[in-house]
Design a protein around this ligand. Structure first.
Ligand code: S3P
Length: 167
């Protein structure tokens, strides 16, 4: 099977859904941020503070190219992956991309308790977070919308996702 890449904003449920899909479909789960952390032997915040966002994007692009040569993976990508270099093209060529959509309000609600390990939002209050997400989504949607499949990620029923990706 060609790889399936879950894409979308931080907090949209990519890792949780990818893990469940991999289990149900008997495929291998891969989290791109975890792959980078293992490879670099550094956390994502450490990478950001040492080489900045642009350095992180280079590392992320290289990691994506490496995993694109593999098969049978359900990949949870980082929220920025589709928006840099030709990453969206790499994923669409080598597999199926699934954009998990949620409203800025719902994303902010889900992200508030777990923003500390996400350098782009770690210092924002809940109100600032909704504004930040709204603005970022305006920039990012044109990339996310290149996905093979676009669905809401509100559902907790794994069968909904299994049906969606078999379209
Ligand atoms: C980022 C999302 C993060 C991580 C990094 C940057 C982004 O991944 O790659 O903090 O630019 O949206 P998650 O979407 O898994 O939180």
């Amino acid at each position: 099977m060609r790889n399936i890449y879950l894409i979308g904003f931080m907090g949209s449920g990519k890792s949780t859904i990818a893990k469940k899909l991999a289990k149900e479909l008997n495929k291998t789960f891969l989290d791109l941020d975890d792959y980078i952390t293992e490879k670099e032997q550094k956390s994502i915040p450490e990478i950001f503070s040492q080489v900045g966002e642009s350095g992180f994007r280079e590392i992320e692009h290289k990691a994506l190219k490496e995993i694109a040569s593999k098969k049978n993976l359900i990949v949870a990508t980082g929220g920025g992956v589709p928006c840099f270099f030709n990453n969206m093209e790499i994923m669409n060529k080598n597999g199926k991309t699934v954009f998990l959509q949620l409203s800025p309000e719902e994303l902010a609600k889900r992200l508030t308790p777990e923003k500390s390990h996400r350098p782009l939002i770690a210092n924002l209050s809940e109100n600032e977070l909704v504004d930040f997400i709204t603005k970022k989504l305006e920039e990012r949607n044109k990339f996310y919308n290149k996905a093979s499949i676009i669905i809401s990620s509100e559902s907790r029923d794994i069968n909904y996702y299994i049906n969606a990706i078999s379209q």
